[in-house]
Write a protein that binds this ligand. Sequence first.
Ligand code: PBG
Length: 327
Amino acid sequence: MDLTHRPRRLRRTDAIRRLCRETRLSPDALIYPIFVDETLSGVRPIPSLLGQNHYGLDSVCRAAEACLGQGVTHAILFGLPAAKDELGSSAWAEDGVIQRALRTLKERFPELYLITDVCMCEYTSHGHCGVLRDREVDNDRTLNYLARIAVSHAAAGADMVAPSDMMDGHVAALRAALDQAGLQSTAIMAYSAKYASAFYGPFRDAAGSAPAFGDRRGYQMDPHNAREALRECALDAAEGADILMVKPALSYLDVIRTCADRFEAPLCAYSVSGEYAMIKSAAAAGLLDEYRAMCETALSVFRAGADMLITYFAKELAEAIRRGDIG
Ligand code: PBG
């Protein structure tokens, strides 16, 4: 047999590998979560999220500086309010924790693109993502409050609002309220396919947002379902979402791929607290190489079709991209 003209694989040298990468990453596609605690002064490590911090309003600029210093120019803000009540009224207060953080950050760092998580679970005394009627979340009444929260964030300087509540009709409600308030240029990133996941555990610890009773399966998605994610995305897109999201990321790479193929809107994936904690704790136990695991998991999300990624590793990933280890 003449083997002279048989097909050959490229020799996998470093130069060829970089040339032929099918997935390209950029720090521009990374979004870093920042936790702001109204009761805190200074910076305090978050026990459930090794390497992450709570920032007081007096020190939130340090979080921004750390991001920008690594070339991460997009952040998403989560708030821990001083007071909670049945309606979560501190969520839309003019001088609420997020509203104040936004004003401070926008003034000092106009180049930092600020997204806010729009939800009620950090602000309600019962820890559910909306207002209750008979221990059930009242979807339609919740929409008014979510709209109020979004408008107050946008008025305080948010570039984009990200409703993570999973109520029906939330994007339409936010879009109408923002437009009516003259905030047409505020974008909406919808947590469209948000699953009822075990992987939010460390976040709920960090944000003090675990439900006081019951769970979120009444409004978050069933992990058995992928087609349902398409329906959720279609509704949010039709209601005017600028960006769609799948969350968590790693256990839902199939959903990311399908949504990326199916929808024209940009697609965000959220690599959630439990995904971060798995890598951090396995690495701390000496079981895997943290840097490589971080790079490989982030690559898998972009390879599956995500256009952007919210991740607690944003700063370290930006560094890995700069070094050429990925991207
Ligand atoms: C608020 C919200 C949650 C997360 C983001 N926004 C928690 C939840 O739905 O219980 C989770 C993020 C993470 O785990 O990193 N609803």
